[in-house]
Design a protein around this ligand. Structure first.
Ligand SMILES: [Fe+2]
Ligand SMILES: [Fe+2]
Length: 170
């Protein structure tokens, strides 16, 4: 973070704190994109029907282009270093978010304000839990294992633009 970057909760995810293990940094950067999406979902909840529909389009794109792969990478990278209860919660919340997002496809109409707010809350709480508890727990338990997975961080950055350092995405 430099002097021109405002110190807000979201800005801290743009270039994650140095204490984050390098293998997990691309995933932490994607959390910034997730929080931007949370804000858009909340804004859309107060908007008209076309705006709500457009926001669901953004959410679908995010699911296909980023969230789906992000969830799978978290499960494979963090999984070996998590206690069973944390792994169970990780998988349960990922599947719940997936089911919830796919509800928009089957509805066939613009999503309700309630659905948009609920989606925002689920996503935000999941990201906060990961950043505050899950990632630190995986780092404490599996620093050596994470060192050996550095190539996975390179792959994630190649595959998903939101995982790259901000100066690399221009
Ligand atoms: Fe996750
Ligand atoms: Fe995540």
């Amino acid at each position: 973070m430099n002097d021109s970057t405002p110190d807000t909760p979201e800005s801290r995810f743009v270039n994650p704190p140095l204490k984050r293990h390098p293998t997990l940094q691309p995933l932490s950067r994607e959390h910034f994109g997730g929080l931007v999406l949370v804000r858009r979902l909340r804004e859309a909840a107060d908007a008209d029907e076309p705006a709500r529909q457009a926001t669901v389009g953004l959410l679908r794109e995010a699911w296909e282009g980023e969230l789906k792969g992000h969830f799978a990478d978290e499960e494979s990278l963090l999984g070996p270093h998590l206690k069973d209860s944390d792994m169970a919660r990780l998988i349960e919340e990922h599947r719940a978010l997936e089911r919830h997002i796919k509800m928009a496809d089957s509805a066939g109409c613009a999503p309700s304000a309630e659905w948009l707010r609920e989606t925002a809350t689920m996503l935000e709480e999941h990201i906060r839990w990961e950043e505050r508890e899950l990632f630190p727990a995986a780092e404490r338990a599996g620093a050596e294992g994470l060192d050996k997975m550095a190539h996975e961080a390179d792959r994630i950055e190649r595959e998903r633009p939101g995982a790259r350092r901000r100066q690399d995405t221009r």
